[in-house]
Design a protein around this ligand. Structure first.
Ligand SMILES: [Fe+2]
Ligand SMILES: [Fe+2]
Length: 205
């Protein structure tokens, strides 16, 4: 079951089944969340290399990468404090499946990469808001603090998507719609592997 998402970019709210699973698995949640922060920083750096001639993008991505690494440090501190044992976790399907929709050639590729970034940040934002009151305690506090940052990050990517789409003459709302539909399927569809961006553990296949 899902209700309308509280986030303007998203079509589906995080299912109650995912929130229940997150509250039961704080260790996996924190370890995967630490990975997401590292990945967010490394994606921002990769975009600086991919679009090296673009100083506006470089400036925005450099700030974003630094902020994501600070988030990683906050999550790592809580991991230590709570005595969670770090371990290697295979990534979930979410980012990889969104990336499959990204065009292979420019100029469409840049538009898609920015849309992709906007969705990942928007979902993180929505998930922090849904999770912090449910999970409470120190995790709840951490997620409440990170929520505002992710709300800014989705706008950074959306602004870059608008700019790239105008240059490439791409129909941005139409392309956002295509990503929104895939993103909602990944969130509402059944997902065996619990991760920060995973689908519904009790959903239908
Ligand atoms: Fe972050
Ligand atoms: Fe972020």
């Amino acid at each position: 079951m899902s209700v309308a998402a509280a986030h303007p970019l998203l079509r589906a709210a995080t299912p109650a089944g995912w929130i229940a699973r997150a509250c039961e698995s704080p260790d996996v949640l924190l370890i995967d969340h630490a990975n997401c922060e590292k990945k967010a920083a490394s994606t921002a750096l990769a975009l600086m290399f991919a679009y090296a001639e673009d100083l506006e993008l470089a400036d925005k991505m450099s700030r974003l990468a630094r902020e994501e690494l600070r988030h990683f440090e906050q999550v790592a501190e809580l991991i230590r404090k709570l005595g969670v044992v770090p371990r290697r976790l295979a990534p979930g399907r979410y980012a990889e499946r969104l990336r499959r929709l990204v065009a292979r050639s420019e100029p469409r590729r840049e538009v898609d990469l920015m849309i992709c970034g906007a969705f990942i940040e928007a979902r993180s934002c929505e998930r922090f808001a849904a999770l912090s009151p449910a999970i409470g305690g120190e995790l709840g506090e951490l997620f409440r603090g990170l929520h505002a940052a992710e709300a800014r990050h989705f706008k950074v990517y959306l602004d870059l998507a608008r700019r790239a789409a105008a240059r490439a003459r791409v129909d941005l709302p139409g392309r956002i719609d295509e990503f929104a539909s895939l993103e909602a399927d990944l969130i509402l569809g059944r997902d065996e592997l619990f991760r920060f961006h995973s689908g519904d553990p009790s959903g239908s296949a």
